[in-house]
Design a protein around this ligand. Sequence first.
Ligand SMILES: [Zn+2]
Length: 219
Amino acid sequence: MIQAKNLQAPVGLSHHFLNQAESVSGLYDKNIKEASSCAQIHSGNISVASRKKYYEGCDGIIASEGRSLIIRTADCLPLLFFSTGKKLIGAVHAGWRGLSAGILQNAVRKLKDLGADVSELQVAIGPHIRRCCYQVGSELIENFTRKIPGVKFFEERHQSFYLDLSVVAQRQLSDAGLSAGNMEDTAICTSCNPEYASFRRDKTLLRNFSIIQLESSKG
Ligand SMILES: [Zn+2]
C-alpha cells in the first residue's frame, strides 16, 4: 500500500493506493464496502455523491465528509482530490480518453462550484502506466499537442511514441488553477511493476483499488 504525502496530514482524511494483491486481500474490505464507485466508461463526466453507492455514466465522484470513494484501475490514472477548506474529497479515473474529454477540468470546476478554493486543492496521482511503457500512435500525440501546446508530454524511442499521462494530467490541473506544489505523483508504473494489475501487460480483468475517505467531523 502506498500513500501520497500531501494527503497524509489532514485530520480525518485517509487514502490508500492498493496493488492488485492488496485490493483482494480482505485487509481493506471494510473500506471497499463503504465506498461509492462509478461506472468508469472513459467519459469526462463527474458526479456529486449523495448517498448512492454506485454512479452511472461518469468517471469521477466528489463527496463531502462522512463519505468514501473508490476507483479501480489497471494502467489508467487514479486521481484523489482533497479540499481542506471545504472538506471535500474526489476520486477520478482517467485514461487518455478521459484526459482528452476534460475530466480533470470538470472535476476542478465541480469542486469550485461546491465552494472549494482551487489554490488549496490537493491532488495525488496513483500508480498507472508511465512513459517507460505506454507506447501510443502518433494521432494521440497530435491530439494532446493541440490541447497542451509547448509541453513535453511524450518521448520518442526507436521511431515509437511513449505518452506520459502524468505530465498531461498535471499540466491540465495547473491550467485549471492548481499549484504545482499541491500535486503529488506516486511515480509507480503498473506495467513495469508486477505487483500491480496492468491491462497492457496482461490483458487482465484484475484491478488496483484506490480509496479515499473523509471522516465526519460532526462525530
Ligand atoms: Zn513502465
